[in-house]
Design a protein around this ligand. Structure first.
Ligand SMILES: NC(=O)C1=CN([C@@H]2O[C@H](COP(=O)(O)OP(=O)(O)OC[C@H]3O[C@@H](n4cnc5c(N)ncnc54)[C@H](OP(=O)(O)O)[C@@H]3O)[C@@H](O)[C@H]2O)C=CC1
Ligand SMILES: O=C(O)C1=N[C@H](C(=O)O)C[C@H](O)C1
Length: 249
């Protein structure tokens, strides 16, 4: 496939390597100032002859980019996180054309973790002595907090454990946490590619489910496989739908 990479940062560069390994052509690299980029902004000229786009950038500019993609009926994989407030606007653009696959984490391991989290939440539904919480670590460059993956994990817990009804992402400095709150906390520093832990805790013991990314390769490979999957599928798809097919989850 002829691919454009939008956001030529840590992820964009790795996605290019993997796309080339899998026999795709990277015909356009779009980034405001990254070394090696061909174009600073998304416009029809930067997307000439492009069939598919993989965007791992920032939420700023995402909607303007999507306007151009949908006008050109492109297949788009969006890995950017931290844009929950833009969902409605973004999805409505794809009613005009094109196809979108979006997700907070394109690695197989994290998607297995989402499935394990669902099981864990179900298991403790009637075992009230277990509480549940989420923590994530990421490198010092990461701009959003909590991570998109942590928010996806939280969503799975809120949907599958009736006693947790509220997401709490703040540090609780002046009060205790309430039973119905699900605490999601974050640490930033160093070079950590991404570590997420769901802890089930009781007076007797602790059970921890941890996904530790050893590198960014798993995310990048999933994004390229996702773009291949999106061919001939118009509309908007969550990465869950891709992983259900790919892993038979
Ligand atoms: N879904 C998943 O599996 C994963 C998602 N991510 C997410 O991907 C995003 C990028 O991560 P990462 O590569 O580490 O970040 P980087 O900061 O290394 O790269 C992002 C690049 O995108 C550029 N950029 C920002 N906005 C636009 C735009 N509108 N058009 C074109 N380029 C743009 C930035 O330019 P500038 O610096 O000048 O702003 C920067 O060069 C983050 O949101 C991260 O959370 C990361 C890993 C996995
Ligand atoms: O910014 C990152 O690096 C990552 N972002 C994604 C997220 O916010 O969950 C996925 C991965 O954890 C790496």
């Amino acid at each position: 496939m002829r691919i454009a990479i939008v956001g030529y940062g840590r992820m964009g560069r790795l996605i290019e390597e993997i796309a080339l390994d899998r026999g795709h052509q990277v015909v356009s690299r779009i980034d405001p100032q990254a070394p090696g980029a061909d174009f600073p902004i998304v416009n029809p000229q930067a997307l000439e002859d492009v069939e598919g786009v993989i965007e791992f950038g920032l939420p700023e500019g995402m909607i303007e980019n999507a306007q151009v993609y949908t006008e050109q009926n492109l297949l788009v994989v969006l890995g950017t996180t931290g844009w929950d407030g833009l969902k409605e606007k973004l999805f409505s653009l794809y009613e005009a054309g094109g196809a979108l696959l979006y997700g907070s984490n394109f690695s197989v391991g994290a998607n297995l973790l989402f499935a394990l989290t669902k099981q864990a939440a179900h298991l403790i539904e009637n075992i009230h002595e277990y509480d549940i919480m989420v923590h994530e670590y990421h490198h010092r460059h990461k701009k959003d907090s909590p991570s998109g993956t942590a928010l996806s994990i939280a969503q799975v817990i809120l949907e599958n454990l009736s006693r947790k009804t509220e997401l709490q992402t703040e540090a609780l400095t002046h009060r205790a946490i309430r039973d119905e709150e699900l605490h999601v906390s974050s640490t930033r520093g160093g070079a950590v590619p991404g570590t997420h832990t769901i802890t089930l805790d009781s007076e007797a013991d602790t059970i921890a489910l941890t996904h530790t990314a050893r590198s960014r390769k798993g995310f990048a490979l999933g994004a390229v496989l996702g773009l291949e999957w999106l061919k001939n599928k118009p509309g908007v798809f969550h990465a869950d739908q891709f992983f259900k097919d790919y892993l038979g989850l």
